[in-house]
Design a binder for this molecule. Structure first.
Ligand SMILES: Cc1cc2nc3c(=O)[nH]c(=O)nc-3n(C[C@H](O)[C@H](O)[C@H](O)COP(=O)(O)OP(=O)(O)OC[C@H]3O[C@@H](n4cnc5c(N)ncnc54)[C@H](O)[C@@H]3O)c2cc1C
Length: 436
């Protein structure tokens, strides 16, 4: 079968590789000059390559590890200790062990135990379905108490959802707590995260090479501008250079982007795609001559800061450099999206200096800002029933994107697992719903 895949991000390329393995003739079309989408990288004039955002591989990410092995990258995967903590009133507080937790000054001792009990309970329950209809706020207050909510969860939620967390379901917190538990490695339970020695873009390159090796094509600078449908089936796609015909087409793009490509689709289906809510992201990255700290991740409890998290790792290929990400999730229409790199640099760095007074801007080797309108789907209340399925109402047309990995978080692990299952569905022509 000739399969066209729109989108050369991790989803489109992983799907392309799995479909090519089944023997299909795959063509991946990417609108930009570079593959990878959110998993892309910066290439600086001195030749240094840096991931646009951080993509930790956890010890529990078996799907990513298997895919790396399949791509011949198993020896490139390195695990390192990962220290985590909080920034509260510009002071760093470790949060990597039970001892750290018990001495965390932001909460009283009773609330610390209550919060700890809630985290353990969330990790032990499989019953996320019961949380689908519950707002995160109500569930957190009921299970962890008002003080823990006000001092810890509220600032984290405000920062993560750009202030609009009222409609977020408790499933998001459940998934996040479960994912974070995958950082700890038994028996010592020290935190550990993995990365690819040549950067995680090497996985993107390997997937593209795998598709080509199996007879497929991966084309950049090809923007699909319309998917034509009629009589309940896929007809063709149109790029700026003309029409292309396939037996099956997969839109591996965000739901609102897919809606824009389908002007002839049924109104009800378009509304379903358009109402999928996403968070955008502004992610400045700094390459530094000296590290800021020995923490991998620091979460901030002060919502007045322009960023909510500080993620720092040595550069995978050049450990003499430290790479620092200062992400801020924003609503797709937030004014920050149109703000210049210079203004962002000034606002972000002045706040960084409050936390690290010794930070010297002279130690910055590179600074760059990524912006994206549709980075992560928002897990709203009753999301289970509203996520669009892989099979669209049009025979031969499929949608594969991160809204469908619910209840998992849209991480590399979940995307790869979803791409594998979606490829099986497309290959078999099965009617089994993959989403939800
Ligand atoms: C190892 C690893 C770990 C990760 N960990 C995390 C994590 O901890 N947390 C997290 O949130 N995420 C994580 N991610 C996931 C990641 O950042 C994104 O969620 C993921 O890259 C989304 O992939 P995507 O292909 O669905 O979308 P995108 O990356 O957005 O790719 C879509 C592509 O489609 C192209 N496109 C759009 N429209 C068109 C068109 N009309 N024509 C042609 N092309 C088009 C775009 O240019 C883009 O390249 C991880 C990823 C990896 C690899």
């Amino acid at each position: 079968m000739k399969v066209g895949i729109i989108g050369g991000g991790l989803t489109g390329l992983a799907l392309g590789s799995f479909l090519a393995e089944y023997g299909h003739e795959v063509t991946v079309l990417e609108q930009t000059a570079e593959l990878g989408g959110h998993s892309g990288e910066w290439q600086f004039p001195d030749g240094l390559r840096v991931s646009r955002s951080q993509h930790p591989i956890l010890p529990s990410d078996q799907g990513v590890r298997d895919l790396c092995a399949r791509m011949g990258l198993e020896n490139e995967l390195v695990f390192a200790n990962a220290r985590t903590g909080f920034v509260h009133q510009n002071q760093l507080h470790p949060m990597s062990s039970i001892f750290d937790f018990l001495s965390f000054p932001v909460l009283g001792i009773k609330d610390r135990f209550r919060l700890g009990g809630m985290i353990l309970q969330a990790r032990m329950t499989d019953g996320w379905q019961a949380l689908d209809s519950q707002p995160a706020r109500e569930w957190l207050i009921r299970s962890g108490g008002t003080q823990a909510f006000e001092r810890i969860w509220k600032p984290l939620l405000e920062a993560k959802f750009d202030g609009a967390y009222d409609g977020v379901s408790a499933v998001y917190i459940w998934s996040w707590l479960n994912r974070m538990s995958g950082i700890r490695r038994a028996p010592q339970m020290e935190g550990s995260v993995g990365y690819l020695r040549r950067g995680h873009f090497s996985l993107i390159e390997a997937l593209a090479a795998d598709i080509a090796r199996r007879g497929g094509r991966v084309e950049t600078n090809v923007r699909v501008r319309e998917i034509e449908v009629g009589d309940g089936r896929l007809e063709r796609i149109r790029t700026l250079d003309g029409a292309m015909e396939f037996d099956a087409v997969v839109a591996a793009v965000a739901s609102p982007s897919a809606a824009l490509l389908l002007p002839g689709a049924d109104r009800g289906y378009l509304e379903q795609l358009q109402k999928s809510k996403y968070l955008g992201l502004i992610c400045p990255v700094l390459v530094l001559k000296q590290p800021l700290s020995d923490y991998w991740t620091l979460n901030l409890t002060d919502p007045a800061y322009p960023f909510a998290t500080i993620i720092e790792t040595p550069h995978p290929e050049h450990p003499e450099y430290s790479v620092v990400y200062l992400p801020r999730y924003i609503a797709p229409d937030n004014d920050w999206m149109g703000v210049s790199d210079e203004v962002i640099r000034e606002a972000w760095l002045s706040h960084l200096k409050l936390i690290f007074p010794q930070f010297d801007p002279q130690s910055i080797v590179h600074f760059a800002v990524s912006r994206s309108r549709y980075t992560e789907p928002v897990y709203g209340i009753n999301m289970r029933a509203s996520a669009p399925a892989v099979r669209t109402p049009y025979t031969g047309l499929f949608l594969v994107n991160t809204t469908q990995v619910y209840p998992a978080l849209p991480t590399g692990e979940a995307i790869i697992d979803h791409a594998r299952r979606a490829a099986a569905l497309i290959h078999q022509g099965s009617h089994t719903p993959v989403a939800a």
